[in-house]
Design a protein around this ligand. Structure first.
Ligand code: PEP
Ligand code: MG
Length: 573
């Protein structure tokens, strides 16, 4: 039994066998070969691609019977690439000429293909990047005699053990099979953490370097996502702990259901709107189940991270489904927030030297105007089916906001020209998540209908500390004085301009922080749906006067540790 500590990011206790996910190019050997070993090396390639073909054919048949022709076509494209005589000829020639092992030749082929495809102006050609990657990884898996590590094809319950999980890994994985997640990197507000909470998968992140090397495939793993504890090969006491946690969870769920239809009203009668954050349309079930007052943040980029880039029709259908399910309650759709850790090589959103400070979100959309307007048209069309709002991410200057509004006006004209119904007075707002936006919120408030404060990025950018890097996680904590001041400032500028101000960072999901936020003037909070009942319960137990007094004290303390201790003691936690 070995105990490891990490950052608790998604609650729950679980035990399941490890699935070690280390799909890392740095593990692939590259070496020179003797000329007389060339035929042997080429034979290795043939055998590996034969096995890959069998595997793809089986996947294609499975996709056809379970998901239909459209999904199966992806695998037909993979087979075509695998059987392409030009590719085969090239691999054989390169092994012959460069006298390098087949793995090295394949990697070089992959890099070159990806560069060529992603620089094409045609989005259909750009989309082929993920196919090339998938086929090459599959052949490499057989060459290296590794089990194919795909999170999408999990066939038994597992705890995923990884260096890092990207948002695209999280979206693509077979969710019902994933009982827990442990990663070396990551922090409380990293996207893997946000998604783990949304999908209600217990998770401990940021356990530090060396985890992947310590755990073997299939070893039993215990996770306590409330305390941040991971145990390799747990003993009987841990099994008992898991049983107790399961029954406590059932009890909590019963109590949560009783709260579902009650409004969140503080003791003095002040109402607080509790909205949900969602990443994928399937989460709508949770939004209704936990009694959210609407959707405060639909992270639309996750529709793009599932393996292909959706067009206008597909996006329209996805947004419409969510809007109709909400039955008149508001749905705030955030436009594509790609870049940073949400890489999308198919669209050219990858490879920045400083991704978090680079070509991200609205910066990307203002240049890729066709991608942006396609999305805006899809959202506008969905607005004919309920209450929809549009939100622009990562706005740093007024100029960006005005340009985004200009493109929205063009998208409205295009919808009109096609005769599409829409809400032409659709409300538009911005995420306040870059310090410059908070500091100049008075100026920005004149050109939009609402603000939503994104404390995850606002904290990361104010403290200059990557939210996914466990080594600086001590800086990415919620009660930093600079961040609290920026929140207060944004709320007061918003109130002054009579526009709505909400907050949709992870801070809103913590019951104690929610009281502080109410005290700082917020009347609307958006969080992962399963967090709503606990936040509601806490807000119902205090008055606005108490919350304001706590906020006043917090702003007069200098360290976040002091703020945390003060809040926890005053709120009996
Ligand atoms: C934020 O930055 O606080 C936010 C809500 O957006 P995301 O977590 O998607 O970056
Ligand atoms: Mg953000």
């Amino acid at each position: 039994m070995k105990v490891i500590k990490g950052i608790p990011v998604s609650p729950g206790v679980t035990i399941a066998p490890a699935f070690v996910f280390a799909d890392d190019a740095s593990d692939i050997p590259e070496y020179a070969i003797e000329p007389d070993h060339v035929p042997e090396e080429i034979a290795r390639y043939h055998e590996a691609s034969r096995l890959a073909r069998q595997e793809i054919e089986a996947l294609r048949d499975k996709a056809k019977s379970e998901a239909g022709e459209e999904q199966a076509a992806i695998f037909d494209a993979h087979l075509m690439m695998l059987e392409d005589p030009d590719v085969l000829e090239r691999i054989e020639r390169e092994i012959n000429e460069t006298l390098r092992n087949v793995e090295a030749v394949l990697l070089a082929f992959e890099t070159e293909m990806i560069e060529t495809l992603s620089s094409s102006p045609d989005p259909l050609i750009q989309e082929r990047v993920s196919d090339v990657h998938d086929v090459v990884r599959r052949i490499l898996g057989h060459l290296l005699k590794r089990e194919r590590l795909s999170l999408a094809d999990l066939e038994a319950d597992v705890v995923i053990i990884a260096k890092e999980l990207l948002p695209s890994d999280m979206v693509g994985m077979a969710r019902s099979r994933v009982k827990g997640i442990v990663t070396e990197a990551g922090g409380r507000t990293s996207h893997a953490a946000i998604l783990a909470r949304a999908f209600q998968i217990p998770a401990v992140l940021g356990v530090g370097h060396g985890l992947v090397a310590q755990v073997r495939h299939g070893q039993e793993i215990f996770i306590d996502g409330d305390k941040g504890i991971v145990v390799i090969e747990p003993d009987a006491t841990m099994v008992q702990r898991q049983r107790l946690a399961m029954s406590a969870k059932l009890e909590r769920e019963r109590a949560d259901r009783e709260l579902r239809d009650k409004p969140a009203i503080m003791k003095d009668g002040t109402p607080i709107r509790l909205l949900a954050n969602i990443e994928v349309p399937e989460e709508v079930e949770n939004v209704l189940e936990y009694g959210a007052d609407g959707i405060g943040l639909f992270r639309s980029e996750f529709l793009f991270l599932g393996g292909h880039v959706p067009g206008e029709e597909e996006q329209y259908r996805a947004y419409r489904k969510v809007v109709e399910a909400l039955n008149g309650k508001p749905v705030t759709i955030r436009t594509l927030d790609i870049g940073g850790d949400k890489v999308l090589p198919e669209l050219g959103a990858a490879g920045d030297k400083n991704p978090l400070l680079g070509w991200r979100a609205i910066r990307f959309c203002l240049e890729k105007t066709e991608i942006f307007k396609t999305q805006l048209r899809a959202i506008l069309r969905a607005s004919a089916h309920g209450k929809v709002k549009i939100m622009f991410p990562m706005i740093s200057t007024l100029d960006e906001l005005i340009r985004a509004q200009g493109l929205l006006a063009e998208a409205k004209w295009e919808c009109k020209a096609h005769g599409y119904a829409m809400d032409s007075a659709i409300e538009t707002g911005i995420m306040v998540e870059v310090p410059s936006a908070a500091i100049c919120a008075d100026v920005l408030a004149r050109s939009c209908d609402f603000f939503s404060i994104g404390t995850n990025d606002l904290t990361q950018y104010t403290l200059a500390a990557d939210r996914g890097n466990e080594k600086v996680s001590y800086l990415n904590e919620p009660y930093n004085l600079a961040v609290l001041r920026l929140i207060k400032m944004t709320v007061s500028y918003g109130n002054h301009a009579h526009i709505d101000v909400s907050l949709c960072g992870e801070m809103a999901a913590d019951p104690v922080s929610a009281v502080l936020l109410a005290g700082l003037g917020l009347r609307s909070l958006s969080m992962s749906a399963p967090s709503i009942p606990a936040v509601k319960r806490m807000l119902m137990s205090v008055s606005l006067e108490e919350a304001s007094s706590l906020a006043h004290q917090a702003l007069n303390l200098n360290s976040s540790t002091q703020v945390s201790a003060m809040l926890n003691s005053r709120l009996n936690r």
